[in-house]
Design a protein around this ligand. Structure first.
Ligand code: DGJ
Length: 685
């Protein structure tokens, strides 16, 4: 029997060593290698250490002489707290490894799966733990795997965030002891998915070794890095609340999938791998994405100030500037004059829409646009008929006061009767109205997240929501869904298999958005990033910004409009219509190929496409005191010439440069003011 297992990707490899008395041992995760014979392991115990060395395996246990991060922790009423595997079966080929493990003393079984996609270089990892004992097993934590990080690792790039400030990038040195980020709010979180990038020696945007992970999960999570000399170990999994998972005899618990990747091509290489993996998980995978339509969403234009005439007039103005999908946001259902009531009662407000929403939807369609509708299915206001009829349907903890947020409570999605009610309500709307798109919102964190049995219900909440979305999608396969949670609070690879779009943030200020969008693009591809042109002054920040800047920043994603065009002057309205036309011309390129991010002193840039045809955005927030530095484009590795054409409302002339000049010296830029964006098309000449 060969003693090692090699999984080989495009630019990366995994090498593991089979051993007879435990899970396979990590020997390598990184640069593509052909291992030949494995070099011997150092089996010399360190001083003051157990006499038997316990090297890092895919499924490290606890309590038997290994002192690093364990894969899981569990007990049976205080016993069976340690774990060591004594039955090991391994199935492996060039891209897949399945490990079956049993601990016959603790009576625990584990199946771990590693699948390395040779195209994206993304490893999908999951684990399922089974209680093989007769007494219940309390599971306190379970990660899909514990991954090795090399001793040359230097920096952790992670993200934090809150409403209106999603994906704020943080860079920290590798920890001397440990590092962790826990999400206990029941949702993915405004800091983006449970994910991070670890930069190795000399790594930057375009070059150098980067290991990265993101958890495909829309609930609580835990990410941790621990020093395990001479390198580090990395774990990412679900954070479980006390007592949340208690497995009866024979019962199993599965982790969410963890996406992990290594790239020798810097942060952009790792993100490109993630983008490919997400594209292959997206709902349109296999049948092709249709061009992403230009949206107009009614929220910031009208808020709750709705009626049929106002909405029809807004639709007229949307169609006149080239909008293709008109979305009616919050406020259309009964008992919803503001955000204090009505959630849960998903019938149209006849005072605002006397004949229902059909006339508006038909009007929108006659104008040549698709009709979209906002819903927030998992929520209920205490002031609603639904809550009055079923107060027990809200998550609660007996004897404790309910915690409202935005005046609302959260429905218990683990209950089949709740899901049936919501399915029927959504099914009726989708059956009666020509709805092409649902904006699926979730405007609060979970607190008093208890179920009817008095247990914590975070995991079950996510599973219930996934089940509802899956059921709606199966019944209405033509309807697209956007995941929104107070802006970008639910953006992750778990829900990405169920939605076509993410609402990245309620903050439409183009300066704030630049940072938010760059963080989003670390994990998700641009075609899934809802990006709208908002009003000026910005509703979130009060900053005043020119329409060209706001529109240019929105062009970096799935473009839309979040204002009433009637409030624009004629010049700005025409400019906006021009940017909409520009988006339509270039969206195929903007939504396929690779995305590169970069920086030069005083500017940030984003390029999308491939070296033969790129679209380049250059953003200036604070201009430098001197001239702008040229933009070096390292993806232009060929010998030929490249024609460069600025895209702007005014006519622009092209110039031609050699690819090597653009890669090495850079594209010279015109003068750019603060808060401005320039766009260029680069094509192989
Ligand atoms: C939060 C979303 O992020 C907004 O876009 C809007 O849909 C509001 N909810 C409506 O209540």
């Amino acid at each position: 029997m060969k003693d090692h297992i090699v999984l080989t990707g495009r630019r990366s490899s995994l090498v593991l060593e089979r051993i007879a008395n435990g899970a396979p041992l990590w020997r390598h995760w990184g640069e593509r290698v052909t291992p030949g014979d494995l070099p011997p392991r150092d089996e010399q115990p360190l001083s003051f250490s157990p006499d038997v060395v316990v090297p890092l395996s895919t499924a490290p246990g606890f309590g038997l002489g290994g002192f690093g991060q364990p894969l899981f922790s569990a007990h049976r009423d205080g016993r069976d707290f340690s774990c060591g595997w004594d039955s090991i079966e391994v199935e492996a080929n060039e891209t897949q490894l399945v490990v079956h493990l049993i601990d016959s003393i603790a009576r625990i079984g584990l199946e771990q799966r590693f699948l390395l996609d040779p195209v994206s270089d993304v490893l999908t990892i999951s684990a399922t733990l089974t209680n093989r004992g007769e007494l219940p097993l309390a599971l306190c934590s379970l990660a899909p795997a514990i991954l090795p990080l090399p001793p040359s690792s230097k920096t952790i790039r992670s993200f934090t965030g809150r409403h209106n400030a999603e994906f704020q990038e943080l860079r920290e040195a590798m920890p001397a002891h440990g590092w962790f980020r826990e999400e206990r709010r029941g949702l993915t979180g405004h800091g983006g998915p449970a994910g991070l990038f670890v930069l190795g020696d000399g790594a930057g945007w375009h070059r150098g070794p980067v290991h990265a992970v993101q958890l495909a999960w829309s609930g609580n999570s835990r990410l941790s890095i621990e020093c395990d000399g001479p390198g580090w170990t990395l774990a990412a999994g679900e954070w479980l609340a006390p007592g949340e998972v208690r497995l009866a005899a024979g019962e199993a618990f599965a982790t969410p999938e963890l996406l992990a990747t290594y790239s020798p091509d810097g942060l952009n290489g790792a993100s490109a791998n993630f983008h490919q993996a997400i594209r292959s998980r997206a709902p349109w995978a296999g049948r092709g994405m249709t061009p992403r339509p230009v949206h107009l969403n009614s929220w910031e234009g009208l808020y709750f100030d709705q009626d049929e005439a106002r909405l029809m007039a807004l639709a007229d103005r949307a169609a006149a500037i080239g909008v293709e999908r008109f979305v009616l946001d919050d406020g259309w259902f009964r008992g919803r004059p503001d955000d204090r009531s009505g959630l849960g009662d998903w019938q149209v407000d006849r005072a605002k829409y006397p004949d229902g929403l059909k006339p508006l939807a038909d009007h929108v369609r006659k104008l040549g646009m698709e009709f979209g509708l906002w819903v927030e299915p998992e929520m209920v206001n205490p002031d609603s008929d639904l809550y009055r009829a079923h107060p027990d349907w809200a998550l609660h903890i007996a004897g404790r006061a309910m915690v409202t947020a935005r005046n609302q409570l959260v429905l218990d999605m683990s209950r089949a009767d709740v899901r049936d009610y919501l399915f029927d309500a959504l099914d009726a709307l989708l059956g009666e109205l020509p709805i092409a798109y649902l904006k699926w919102d979730h405007n609060r964190h979970l607190a008093t997240a208890g179920n009817a049995d008095g247990g914590a219900s975070y995991h079950a909440q996510v599973m219930g929501t996934y089940a509802l979305i899956d059921r709606v999608r199966a019944a209405h396969p033509g309807v697209e869904i956007e995941s929104c949670a107070g802006g970008g609070g639910r953006i992750d690879a778990g829900i990405a298999t169920r939605v076509e779009r993410f609402w990245a943030s309620d903050n439409l200020d183009a300066v704030s958005r630049t940072a938010i969008q760059r963080g989003f693009l670390a994990f998700m591809p641009p075609e899934m990033m809802g990006a709208h042109v908002g009003a000026s002054p910005s509703h979130a920040t009060g900053r005043v910004q020119p329409i060209e800047f706001r529109a240019g920043v929105a062009l970096c994603g799935h473009f839309g409009v979040e204002l009433d065009p009637a409030r624009l002057n004629d010049v700005d309205r025409n400019l906006l219509a021009g940017w909409i036309a520009t988006y339509k011309t270039h969206r195929d390129r903007l939504h396929s190929g690779q995305t590169w991010l970069g920086e030069e002193p005083g500017l940030m840039w984003q390029a999308v496409g491939d070296p033969a045809h790129l679209i380049l955005f250059v953003t200036v927030i604070d201009p430098p005191t001197d001239r702008l530095a040229p933009v070096r484009l390292p993806m232009l590795t060929g010998d030929g010439d490249i024609s460069v054409r600025p895209i702007s409302a005014a006519d622009a002339t092209s110039a031609t440069y050699s690819a090597s000049w653009l890669a090495g010296t850079g594209l010279p830029l015109p003068h750019m003011a603060a808060h401005s964006i320039a766009m260029f098309i680069l094509k192989a000449a």
